[in-house]
Design a protein around this ligand. Structure first.
Ligand code: DQA
Length: 156
């Protein structure tokens, strides 16, 4: 956290993985009608209301996401991550979340448990405190709310 007392600002890293930069071109019946810029606008408003500052990146590269987590260690209070398809395959990204070692919520726009079996393995999610799946863009805002509570509880 930066600042003191009532001015404390929660520093949150927000990472989106492969293909999430192409949301407008993906099936709206699965991923919802909201564009990423609409989701982000509402997330930023929620962050202001909760006293959080967001640092947001999207990358299609597993190595880049791992690098951002390594470099972010010690600079952030919490992590929101939607690893896209890497959620179901990447032990390396899972281990980088573990190294990051801050409260983490994994978000999926779609309900991955209700989709194809190849989306059921929750490899990266196993390193998170919780996973929010199937609530569309609202999942990011709920993740932020949960993280303010989780980080707040650490101080007690
Ligand atoms: C996703 C679900 C993944 O299975 C998929 O590969 C994605 C998006 C989601 O937000 O619902 O790219 O993470």
């Amino acid at each position: 956290m930066s600042g003191r007392g009532a001015e404390r600002v929660l520093q949150v890293l927000v990472l989106n993985g492969p293909n999430l930069g192409q949301l407008e071109r993906r099936p709206a019946d699965i991923y919802g009608q909201e564009s990423w810029s609409e989701i982000l606008e509402r997330l930023q408003a929620e962050a202001r209301a909760l006293g959080a500052r967001l640092t947001v990146h999207q990358s299609d590269s597993e190595a880049e996401l791992i690098r951002l987590l390594h470099e972010g260690e010690g600079r952030f209070d919490a992590l929101i991550i939607n690893p896209g398809g890497l959620s179901h395959t990447s032990v390396a990204l899972r281990d980088a979340i573990e190294i990051f070692a801050r409260p983490t919520i994994e978000v999926h726009l779609s309900n991955v448990g209700a989709r194809e079996p190849f989306r059921h393995p929750a490899i990266t999610g196993s390193a998170a405190q919780g996973v929010i799946s199937g609530l569309g863009g609202q999942g990011y805002r709920l993740a932020l709310l949960a993280l303010t509570r989780l980080v707040g509880e650490e101080g007690r």
